[in-house]
Unconditional design. Structure first.
Length: 321
């Protein structure tokens, strides 16, 4: 007799079928579980628009969550009803998402970037240099594979970036030597894993079934592997994953503090600075848009605020006298 999988297992299966990331899977499952618990473990089939609105109001009013968090919860619930339960959710489509406050990006000056980078060491410094030098997002950097670095053409292929799009960006000349030295150490680590019967890295989508030996090949290895092997939560296979991005976030936060830079900068500020500094150097905004992987040029336009100086480029009357 076929036993129907539990609801959360159905959610996981549908997410994996659609090739969503493990982080999205964890977030969606968590929000759906909290939605069900909030309503006394009632099955979502028995609930509708009213219950969804109650849950979202609870998050906004009693939990005081950010708009982005509330929107993530709504996305998870939308996925549940539309993809898993396959219900007509016209009532959910019209539901307004919480509006995120419009904030200008935190941009560091060239001097501030140098000051922060000076307080980073080893692979953390190398990764931060890539964020600033190539305009990478944090997760794009930690997920880089060896084959994504093209030293001959001096370019980096960013695969499956935001919006599941691939793009090309530059490989800075200043990082050619340091990256090659770093990869030589990574290769020694990979060869050690192979000798110990491991060295099979995670492959995206169905590539693992299509090319069963590809995961052991050098080109598929992570540029920034974790220092220890771990158990893959989906396959329960012991393998070496990429570096935990939180280690770089912590190191960067400490570097900002040590540098004396007063701005609330994060790793993503290096990507903001990359875009702004290119525009300040006179590069075309469409070129910058392609390097960043923005779908719409209006997203890239936000960086032009720095070019106008404070107050929209207006000269203060105090300066005039």
């Amino acid at each position: 007799m076929n036993v129907k999988p539990k609801l959360l297992d159905q959610v996981r299966a549908k997410i994996r079928l659609k090739h969503y990331s493990i982080r999205t899977e964890q977030a969606y499952v968590d929000w759906i579980r909290r939605y069900i618990l909030f309503h006394g473990k009632r099955h979502p089939q028995e609930m509708g628009k009213s219950e969804v609105e109650q849950f979202l109001s609870h998050l906004a009013v009693e939990r005081n969550v950010a708009a982005s968090t509330q929107n993530q919860a709504l996305s998870a619930i939308l996925f549940l009803y539309k993809e898993v339960l396959e219900k007509d959710i016209g009532w959910l489509d019209g539901m307004e998402r919480a509006k995120r406050p419009a904030r200008l990006p935190v941009v560091l000056t060239a001097a501030e970037v140098r000051a922060v980078l000076a307080h980073l060491e080893g692979r953390h410094r190398l990764m931060a240099n890539l964020l600033y030098g190539a305009g990478l997002r944090l997760m794009e950097c930690v997920r880089l594979r060896v084959k994504d670095l093209d030293f001959e053409y001096r370019q980096i292929t960013v695969r499956d970036g935001k919006g599941q799009k691939d793009r090309l960006t530059m490989l800075p000349d200043a990082l050619m030597g340091p990256l090659q030295t770093h990869l030589a150490d990574v290769k020694i680590l990979h060869e050690q894993d192979l000798r110990e019967g491991f060295g099979n890295v995670y492959l995206p989508f169905a590539l693992e079934r299509k090319y069963p030996n590809a995961g052991r090949e050098w080109g598929w290895q992570y540029v920034f592997p974790a220092s220890q092997r771990s158990i893959d939560p989906r396959s329960n296979i012991e393998r070496r994953h990429h570096l935990d991005e939180q280690t770089l976030q912590r190191a960067f936060k400490n570097a900002v503090r040590a540098s004396g830079v007063a701005k609330p900068a994060s790793c993503h500020s290096l990507r903001h600075s990359f875009a702004t500094h290119l525009l300040m150097a006179g590069y075309d905004i469409r070129t910058v848009q392609e390097l960043l992987g923005h779908k719409d040029v209006s997203t890239t336009m936000i960086y032009t605020h720095v070019l106008n100086r404070g107050g929209q480029g207006v000269i203060s009357p105090l300066d005039a006298i």
